[in-house]
Design a protein around this ligand. Structure first.
Ligand SMILES: NC(=O)c1ccc[n+]([C@@H]2O[C@H](COP(=O)([O-])OP(=O)(O)OC[C@H]3O[C@@H](n4cnc5c(N)ncnc54)[C@H](O)[C@@H]3O)[C@@H](O)[C@H]2O)c1
Length: 367
């Protein structure tokens, strides 16, 4: 099969895990490939994915071959595929806009972004790079709160005629005006804000659903998360957090037939603990009432490496996006967005989203 050519904006920890995974599974067979939801999607395997172009703004990444850039600071996720071969793709300087959070200046360079001196790319240069590279879709991995930058790159994708997978919580696929623009251009879009393979959101949603199905009244809940990567460092700035909180909270509220009062639910990134690096720890508490209004409490601690957890989903989102391109389908992919993302345009329970996605893959549905 043809390779699937992707472009990446934001060569951070998530991109690192994704690229390592593409290489890692090249050496595997279906039988011994752990950690994937699908070995093949419409005939495409993980190793059919190839990076055509990449943009970043960090001095330690811009100008480097991707295989080197993904292991450059401040990236700190685990290396599960050492000895990555050179890709022949150099990271290009992007456009900064609001991608660089000012509060990071107060931290050591090894833990934060360092702005490259290269001249910023113009919109025309980014569009041309997308076109000339033969990229078919753009993956957005910008930091939370990059409202302007996310829209800027989404616009570039539209102009270059490539699909978009929006892995972060600036609302594009779930914004009707943006969704309409992708539909008009016949380009697929999957978004917004990737829902990790086995992370806090999916766990919280499944448990909320279980409470409901077993007749247990959920009275209140919290989900506190800590981590030590740049994603968590960035989110120390509360001004950048609004859409992340909305995305994470709605992901759980949407499961409940009667959503909780705002005072009874607290979900969000809670603190930056430098030594945790890319390990994310989630503390989840749910308080409910069983038969006879008798109280019950659930406390759960989930510890995961954050970035491979997102790559396990994005590796499927890319292949679904390619299926849409192969079939001439444009606009929001409702099924993939509901299954792979926290803040899709249409929220459904995860087992329904799974079924819808399988139907899409089989060609039974076209969104
Ligand atoms: N890890 C997960 O499971 C998960 C889940 C949901 C959402 N996300 C989201 O995915 C996004 C990426 O996460 P990450 O951990 O890779 O973040 P990261 O901080 O490791 O990487 C962000 C990258 O973007 C670059 N950047 C900043 N501004 C830019 C600009 N204007 N143009 C080009 N590049 C720019 C930075 O230099 C950095 O390399 C975040 O928004 C995160 O919240 C991650």
């Amino acid at each position: 099969m043809d390779s699937i050519r992707i472009a990446i904006v934001g060569v951070g920890n998530c991109a690192s895990s994704l690229l390592q995974g593409i290489e890692y599974y090249r050496e595997k067979s279906e039988k011994d490939a752990a950690g994937l939801m699908h070995w093949e999607i419409g005939g495409y395997r993980p190793s059919d994915i190839e990076v055509a172009a990449a943009f970043d703004i960090d001095a330690r990444k811009v100008g480097k071959d991707l295989a080197e850039a993904i292991f450059s600071p401040p990236n700190c996720t685990t290396t599960f595929c050492p000895g990555m071969p050179r890709t022949g793709v150099s990271v290009r300087m992007g456009r900064v806009l609001d991608g660089f959070p000012g509060h990071m200046q107060g931290y050591k360079e090894e833990h934060r972004f360092v702005l490259a001196h290269e001249e910023e790319a113009s919109r025309e240069e980014i569009v041309r790079e997308l076109e000339d590279s033969g990229a078919e879709m753009l993956l957005n991995y910008l930091p939370v709160g990059s409202e302007e930058a996310a829209r800027f790159y989404a616009d570039c994708a539209l102009e270059a005629g490539v699909g978009l997978i929006n892995n972060m919580p600036v609302f594009i696929a779930s914004d009707p005006a943006w969704a309409a623009r992708f539909r008009e251009r016949d380009l697929p879009v999957i978004g917004d804000d990737v829902k990790a393979q086995f992370g806090a959101t999916i766990t919280h949603r499944v448990l909320a659903d279980l409470f409901q199905r077993r007749g247990v009244k959920l009275d209140r809940t919290y989900q506190l998360n800590t981590g030590g990567n740049t994603d968590f460092l960035n989110m120390l700035n509360r001004d950048r957090l609004a859409s992340k909180r909305t995305s994470k909270t709605e992901a759980v509220q949407s499961i409940l037939e009667v959503p909780l009062d705002d005072d009874e639910i607290h979900i969000g990134p809670s603190d930056y603990v430098c030594w945790q690096k890319d390990n994310k720890v989630c503390f989840l508490r749910m308080e409910g009432r069983l038969f006879g209004d008798v109280p019950m409490y659930l406390d759960l601690r989930l510890s995961v490496e954050d970035s491979p957890n997102s790559a396990g989903i994005v590796i499927d989102a890319i292949r679904c996006c390619r299926l849409a391109l192969d079939r001439g389908i444009g606009g929001v992919l409702t099924s993939s967005s509901a299954y792979f993302m926290k803040h899709p345009p249409v929220q459904v329970r995860d087992d329904d989203a799974c079924r819808m996605t399988e139907e899409f893959i089989q060609g039974v549905r076209d969104d």
